[in-house]
Design a protein around this ligand. Structure first.
Ligand SMILES: CC(C)(COP(=O)(O)OP(=O)(O)OC[C@H]1O[C@@H](n2cnc3c(N)ncnc32)[C@H](O)[C@@H]1OP(=O)(O)O)[C@@H](O)C(=O)NCCC(=O)NCCS
Length: 221
């Protein structure tokens, strides 16, 4: 198990951090079962991921939508979305931008987003859409420090958090940070298992149960 890092300075990211943080996202997510499923061709993957995460980060940095945290050395990034009110429907430009970014791989990206949306809890919470640490700095407590910092804010507000974990190792990290696992999502066409996870509000009496979720119509952050 990783020793918690006490020397990580966390700050809110700004637009001039974007280039560096997109690289962190691309490199951190480059390998793994979800990447193999989304963009099997390694030659295409870096360019597709670069365009996709540029879109994702730009959306997160838009203060009307999200909150992006990073470290002083910009080696890590977490993109959060407050989901404390019912979300408006996705603007039609989102799908066009997704297709432009992902080209021939758009159907799987669209399916992944649609499944995440459909099984999203309706209870007020903050959603951790992405967390990534540059591969050269992983396993040293940076990810834990980054998430601890945001969890402290949520705990002060009495708000839960929700995320989808893409593998068992990440699932273990989130369990250590106070999340519990809910029913998994199984992606079709030989896709990997995704673990839906919920961290209850601080001060809740008794065990926090995973919120019931029924598939809902498609919406975006
Ligand atoms: C997941 C991630 C953000 C964790 O940040 P980190 O700084 O490496 O994590 P910490 O050092 O604070 O904690 C280590 C724990 O993170 C988890 N972890 C997941 N992937 C890891 C990796 N590639 N390297 C190290 N730890 C990883 C493990 O639970 C690990 O504990 P263990 O060593 O006992 O298995 C980071 O490893 C990463 O960017 N991974 C690739 C992208 C990713 O999977 N993001 C999450 C999507 S759900």
């Amino acid at each position: 198990m990783t020793a918690p890092s006490t020397s990580v300075t966390i700050r809110r990211a700004a637009p001039n951090d974007a280039d560096r943080l997109v690289s962190v996202l691309v490199e951190a997510f480059f390998d793994g079962p979800v990447a193999d499923w989304l963009v099997p061709d390694h030659d295409d993957r870096r360019a597709v991921y670069h365009r996709y995460f540029t879109l994702a980060l730009r959306h997160g940095l838009d203060h009307g939508h999200g909150h992006v945290d990073t470290t002083a050395d910009r080696s890590a990034v977490a993109i959060w979305y407050p989901r404390t009110e019912p979300r408006p429907s996705a603007p039609p430009e989102h799908q066009a931008a997704l297709e432009a970014a992902t080209g021939p791989y758009a159907p799987k990206f669209t399916l992944l987003e649609a499944m995440f949306d459909a099984f999203h809890p309706r209870e007020p919470h903050h959603y951790l859409a992405y967390v990534a640490v540059d591969p050269s700095g992983q396993g040293r407590g940076v990810g834990t420090a980054l998430l601890d910092s945001y969890h402290r804010r949520l705990d002060a507000l009495g708000l839960p958090a929700y995320l989808e974990a893409s593998n068992m190792r990440n699932r273990r990290l989130y369990l250590r940070l106070g999340y519990r696992a809910g029913p998994p999502l199984l992606l079709p066409t030989s896709g990997p298992t995704i673990w839906r996870m919920w961290r209850g509000p601080a001060g809740a009496t008794g065990p926090t149960v995973f919120p019931a979720t029924e598939p809902q119509p498609r919406r975006r952050a």
